[in-house]
Design a protein around this ligand. Sequence first.
Ligand code: ZN
Length: 193
Amino acid sequence: MQIADGTVVAMDYELKDDEGTLLDQSQPGQPLTYLHGHKNIIPGLEASLVGKAAGETVEVRVAPEDGYGVTNPSLEQVVPRDRFQGVESLEVGMQFQANTEQGPVSVRVVKVDDDDVTVDGNHPLAGKHLNFNVTVQEVRTATEEEIAHGHTHLGGGCCGGGSEGGECCNSEEKAEGECRSSGGESSGCGCSH
Ligand code: ZN
């Protein structure tokens, strides 16, 4: 089966910056699972996976615009140090919640001077090219419930994969197009998210 909208993909991945520094990776035996076509992963990576199948490896370099966005200079601000009263030792790299007109924003300290502190509200990966090395582990049809929720349910079963009595499709019976709950609306799994 190939990756397309409405499929659930499990993949191992490594993410490096252009300097080759490892930024993120899936843990052995714990692939990242996502519902394709619902903007659950960054657009540049999602687009590059279309049509791939289990066992295939994809290397892609994602531009900032298709990743975590370009750096927005206006999100970097200098604030008086006395705004950080109560913080014992202020260091570069610390994260704080800043209250803005758009709501709370996570900011990182990027510079500390005697009187001023420079904070940056950009995503830490904004402005970076992202080099992904992905190995597709599994591709399956999403359940109707998963598509309705816009995210995956572990193992393809109801809420955590505990599908007993064949009520929900499990991986052994995932014939394409056949994957649906047998009991209709009334047999909902009680998924509350
Ligand atoms: Zn759900």
